[in-house]
Design a protein around this ligand. Structure first.
Ligand code: DSN
Length: 428
């Protein structure tokens, strides 16, 4: 029979036939993902369905533009995909307008600034060293170069955002945009209070919910949608979709936001990823997702509680969301976040070094580590396992100079992981 495969056999070869080297690397990471306790709060295990469509024929098409107004022909089904993703996101978050094209969170924030600001305008945002994000105006990022950035942080005593201080800074600097959102803040945001401050100085309010989007969709964190002009998020963290981002906004900013994404900052959208976002939004609208998000928070509270019992101080005293920041100086003055993260990796526990507020060490060293529960919760672990994990962390850090202790914990970690396998269809 005359087939494309018979005319061009390489098109039909399986990955393992084409590139054993890359298969081997991916298999090693599959084993690492299976055998480690992954506690980085911004990561997750995407579902098989999400991964299937992301690696599909939808990756073959260019579709610059938006549904119904493309710069390429042959986009009929790409329009269907993107419209479906948009509708599902609108329903999930109860928002007027959604742009599902941003490739990543920084691009989403960049598009929001591009739409609402002129170079030189003032942004009031959380400082990176207190838990903000590079793209909120850090001086090594484009946002710090093109805008006049004023930062707020957390109060030295409470380690929570001091809303009176935010209000004072807003009055003093009259920002055109206030950004609320963080990558390492373990407390909830009162978005209504942020709106009041923005209104008091006539500023736009941008909520960057990349970390907490899943919690919001699952109803375990208040939503910023009623109070914000623009909301940005990634889709792969607690939301558990493909690696990517989106922008939500009030109807009045829809055109500006869309034009900022394309043609302002991006060319062709990744329709295979947008299809995977659509799948993730469907999954996030199901009752099981609410239960998952509630368990993420319960697990974080359990992990935080047991770490505290083990003598570690947590920034702000605990957590109300999916993550926590551990202040290592409270127990081991000489141990940096970087060293602690490496010792824990030796024991099969993956975390990241992170500055703590008012950290005396540099960002590459840090005095803290950041831990979160989205991945272990996706595996099905509950409070009982969080207690075990906290004890593993304490034992590994206490015995950090002894390779045999870390090896023993690594074995225990692997035994625990074996009880909660991931992607069994890939492992078998
Ligand atoms: N990578 C994100 C995080 O880990 O929080 C920030 O970009």
């Amino acid at each position: 029979m005359d087939t494309l495969e018979s005319r061009n056999p390489r098109i039909a070869f399986k990955l393992a036939e084409v590139d054993r080297q890359i298969v081997k690397i991916a298999s090693k990471d599959l084993a690492r993902q299976q055998n480690s306790l992954m506690l980085i709060p911004s990561e997750n295990y995407a579902s098989r369905a999400v991964m299937e469509i992301q690696g599909s024929i939808l990756a073959n098409k260019y579709a610059e533009g938006y549904p119904g107004e493309r710069y390429y022909n042959g986009c009929e089904f790409m329009d269907e995909v993107e419209s479906l993703a948009i509708e599902r996101a609108k329903n999930l978050f109860g928002v007027a307008h959604v742009n599902v094209q941003p490739h990543a969170g920084t691009q989403a924030n960049m598009a929001a600034y591009y739409a609402l600001l002129e170079p030189g305008d003032t942004i009031l945002s959380m400082s990176l060293s207190h838990g903000g994000h590079l793209s909120h105006g850090d001086n090594v990022n484009f946002s710090g170069r093109y805008y006049n950035v004023v930062t707020y942080g957390v109060n030295a005593k409470t380690e929570r955002i001091d809303m009176a201080e935010v209000s004072r800074l807003a009055q003093q600097h009259r920002p055109k945009l206030i950004v609320v959102g963080a990558t390492a803040y373990p407390r909830q945001f009162d978005f209504e209070a942020w709106r009041r401050i923005a209104d008091s100085v006539g500023a736009y309010l941008l909520a960057d919910i990349a970390h907490i989007a899943g919690l919001i969709a699952g109803g375990v964190h208040p939503s910023p949608v009623p109070y914000s002009d623009v909301v940005t998020t990634t889709t792969h963290k607690t939301l558990r979709g493909p690696r990517g981002a989106m922008i939500m906004c009030k109807a009045e900013y829809a055109d500006k936001i869309d034009r900022a994404v394309f043609p302002g900052l991006q060319g062709g959208p990744f329709l295979h990823t947008i299809a995977a976002k659509a799948v993730a939004f469907k999954e996030a609208s199901e009752p099981a997702f609410k239960a998952y998000q509630a368990q993420i928070v319960k697990n974080a509270v359990a992990l935080a509680g047991r770490l505290t019992e083990n003598g570690f101080r947590l920034v702000s005293g605990g957590t109300e969301n999916h993550l926590m920041l551990m202040d290592l100086t409270s127990k081991y003055e000489k141990l940096s976040g970087r060293q602690a993260a490496d010792h824990l990796e030796d024991a099969g526990i993956i975390v990241n070094k992170n500055s703590i507020p008012y950290d005396k060490r540099k960002p590459r060293t840090t005095s803290g580590i950041r831990l979160g529960t989205p991945m272990v919760t996706t595996r099905g672990m509950q409070e009982e396992q969080m207690h075990l994990i906290a004890d593993f962390i304490a034992e590994a850090l206490e015995g950090r100079q002894k390779a045999a202790i870390k090896r023993r914990i690594r074995t225990k970690v692997q035994e625990l992981c074996a009880q909660f396998p991931i992607y069994e269809y890939l492992l078998s």
